[in-house]
Ligand binder design. Structure first.
Ligand code: SAH
Length: 234
């Protein structure tokens, strides 16, 4: 199936054995992907299911359910302090490729901006495109930005880590031995976390971890963290 084009379809567009296509999707399938009626493609609902579908004109027929096994064996929530500029776009794209389950943007003491609601839409679109391209069964959830303190106290997972480049903390890779159902991992902004934030995170059950002896950029740190986790729980 790898050669077939994949497209994300919202669950409400599935009606029995039909998919009702939006104008945008018709345009994408016909004008961009150059499919013709009768051609097949893969419809993903972003919630774990894929179907083989056949294009008609304004709709498509569902032919059969497909099995996709591209998800990691652990659910990962990436808590990221929003970086400057468009850095978050890259974080969303790369972390989706690497298998993240949920992305929680947080406003930290050294975060400068409070993003507009359009940004959230944009990030969700990027996550959908990246999930299609990476053949993911799930499109990661992107939460609304909240204050760091709110995010860490709301976190229920048993394995919570906060990445800190300075200090003598254990390497994340050395902690990936047990088999947790869910991991939460937090990475900071360009200016780093404040000591108060690290303390607060520890008080909320987060273990500070190192990603190595070199200081990584705010965009690179989540990529490294997710790579290490995915290497252990592929
Ligand atoms: N300006 C800060 C660095 C910030 S890097 C300083 O000089 O200390 C942005 C974020 O990436 C950090 O808050 C941390 O979460 C993560 N990070 C970068 N390098 C890291 C490393 N070697 N180990 C663990 N976390 C790291």
């Amino acid at each position: 199936m790898a050669q077939l084009q994949r497209i994300a379809i919202a669950p409400f567009q599935f009606q029995e054995t039909l998919i009702i296509l939006t104008k945008e999707q018709q345009h994408y399938l016909v004008r961009v992907l150059r499919l013709r009626p009768g051609d097949r493609f893969i419809a993903m609902d972003g919630q774990g299911k894929w179907w083989l579908a056949q294009l008609e004109t304004e709709q498509a027929q569902v032919l059969e359910a497909l099995i996709v096994e591209t998800e990691l064996s652990v659910a990962i929530t990436l808590m990221v302090a929003l970086p400057k500029g468009n850095g978050f776009d890259e974080i969303v794209r790369y972390s989706t490729e690497l298998g993240v389950t949920c992305i929680a943007p947080v406003l930290s003491d050294r975060t400068l901006l409070n993003p507009s609601p359009q940004k959230l839409e944009r990030w969700r679109r990027i996550a959908t495109e990246a999930a299609e391209q990476s053949e993911r069964a799930f499109v990661p959830t992107i939460l609304e930005p909240v204050a760091f303190s709110t995010a860490i106290t709301a976190s229920q997972a048993t394995h919570c880590y906060i990445c800190e480049g300075r200090g003598d903390y254990p390497h994340l890779n050395n902690l990936m031995k047990s088999d947790p159902p869910e991991i939460v991992i937090a990475t900071g902004p360009e200016g780093g976390w404040t000591p108060a934030e690290i303390e607060q995170a520890i008080a909320s059950g987060f273990q500070p971890v190192s990603l190595g002896r070199r200081i990584l950029r705010a965009v690179t740190a989540p990529v490294v963290a997710l790579t290490l986790i995915s290497a252990n729980y592929d």
